[in-house]
Design a protein around this ligand. Structure first.
Ligand SMILES: CC(C)(COP(=O)(O)OP(=O)(O)OC[C@H]1O[C@@H](n2cnc3c(N)ncnc32)[C@H](O)[C@@H]1OP(=O)(O)O)[C@@H](O)C(=O)NCCC(=O)NCCS
Length: 330
């Protein structure tokens, strides 16, 4: 591709629903314990959206903050991209609902992208290509999830793991700077039955039978997912680093997908990075799929864990399987 522009990251933002659900609260819902959840996953609490607070609502709040940081108005956005697997509806896209809430000009194109927990990194890759090609100049990229509305609250294997939240980033064309040094993506559809939501699509259209069988909730083979996540994330992290031309020492902070602290630690070990260079906030968020890396990045910026000009690596893995990594400069 003939690269016409570099990509500048103008700002980030995030939003979490107010309601906190702790492990102790979960002890009253399913047969579990704070001790089991904490030691197996690192999660202590997660945020849960209200019934009438939709994915596009939390995406909107994260977007407003990102727009403020970037010091631009919604009218300056010429593409809206939302990575999500928990959309407001099957269609229209959550990106279209977000556009309506932002009040941006009606013609702004908007679409959703589905790559599960790697969604934000897939989105970053798409946004980068659009900007580099010259097709769009200023893109609002969001990772937003309300997984609490897609879990079976009687299944302790899954309901303790997930949470709700949204993060946003504004990317813009630049002739001088390039803040996305590399991106790397992979998918392995052969493993699509290890982490999936079987109901509501063409395979299992909603019927009373699919409802009774709870096919509208996330199904997961936890151990198998765990085993695949560690090598896949390590491979993606290495590939993105190679593509960027940078060395491990150049990376100020690693921001991995927050699914399980043991996965994060195992990936760090495989890469030979000490945990003090790895950002972790899973204890208070749970797994928020496509929103984990961007909300963690936004928090790292807010708490001054990273400074302007620092190089950061994002890495993720999710249902599909999908995986990916990106080297960025903030
Ligand atoms: C789900 C996960 C935490 C389970 O941990 P684990 O170490 O594999 O669990 P174990 O196999 O040692 O234990 C499973 C046992 O715990 C039980 N268990 C499962 N969830 C439980 C819970 N919330 N509370 C108490 N016990 C639970 C199971 O029923 C099983 O019991 P059994 O042995 O009597 O059948 C772990 O496999 C994991 O995190 N996998 C990856 C999941 C993930 O990150 N998915 C998203 C990727 S993007």
């Amino acid at each position: 591709m003939n690269k016409k522009n570099g990509v500048k990251i103008l700002g980030t933002g995030s939003y979490f629903p107010k309601k906190v659900l702790t492990n102790v609260d979960l002890e009253k819902i399913v047969d579990t314990s704070d001790e089991w959840i904490s030691t197996r996953t690192g999660i202590k609490e997660r945020r849960i959206a209200e019934e009438n607070e939709y994915t596009s609502d939390i995406a909107y709040k994260a977007s407003i903050e990102a727009l403020k940081t970037a010091e631009i108005s919604p009218k300056q956005i010429d593409l809206i991209l939302v990575a999500t697997i928990s959309p407001d509806m099957l269609f229209p896209s959550t990106a279209c609902f977000l556009q309506k809430k932002l009040g941006s000009k009606l013609s702004t194109p908007a679409f959703d992208l589905s790559a599960a927990c790697s969604g934000f990194i897939y989105g970053l890759t798409v946004a980068r290509a659009f900007i580099e090609s010259g097709l769009y100049k200023t893109i609002l990229l969001v990772g937003a999830e309300e997984l609490s509305k897609f879990v079976d609250w009687t299944d302790r294997n899954t309901c303790v793991l997930f949470g709700d939240g949204a993060g946003a980033m504004i990317l813009s064309a630049s002739k001088e700077e390039d803040d996305i040094l590399s991106t790397y993506l992979e998918a392995e559809g052969a493993y699509s039955d290890l982490l999936f939501l079987p109901g509501g699509g063409t395979v299992n259209p909603v019927t009373t039978k699919t409802m009774d069988e709870k096919l509208h909730a996330i199904k997961m083979q936890g151990k198998e997912v765990f085993k695949a996540a560690v090598p896949k994330m390590a491979i993606a992290a290495k590939k993105a680093l190679e593509l960027s031309g940078k060395q491990l020492e150049d990376i100020k902070l690693f921001i991995p997908h927050q699914a399980n602290i043991r996965i994060i630690e195992a990936v760090a070990k495989k890469l030979g990075i000490s945990m003090d260079r790895v950002f972790v906030n899973i204890h208070k968020t749970g797994n928020i799929s496509s929103a984990t890396t961007i909300t963690a990045l936004d928090e790292a910026i807010k708490v001054n864990k990273v400074q302007k000009g620092d190089i950061i690596e994002l890495v993720a893995f999710g249902g599909g399987f999908t995986s990916g990594a990106a080297i960025i400069r903030i």
